[in-house]
Design a protein. Sequence first.
Length: 84
Amino acid sequence: MAHAEDTEGRLYQNLIDAGYNETESEQCLILARNGEWMKLCRMLAKQKTVLLNTLHKSEKQIDCLDFLVYEINKKYKVGGKQNV
C-alpha cells in the first residue's frame, strides 16, 4: 500500500483498485507524469464506461433471476421471496 505522501503510489493503487491491470496503470502514470491530463481523463472515462456496462449487465441478470423466482413462487405456490 502507498504512503499518504506518495502521490504516484496512491494514484497507481487507485488505478489497480479501479480495475486497471499493471500495464494500463503504468500507461496512466506516464500520462500523469507528462501532464497529459486530458488523455488521462479520457482513459478514466473509458474505464468508467466499461465498469458501468458490467454493472448494468449484472443488474439485468439479477432481474432475470428475480423474475424466475417470482414465476416459480406464483406457479408452484412456493411462497416467500428466496434470498441468498
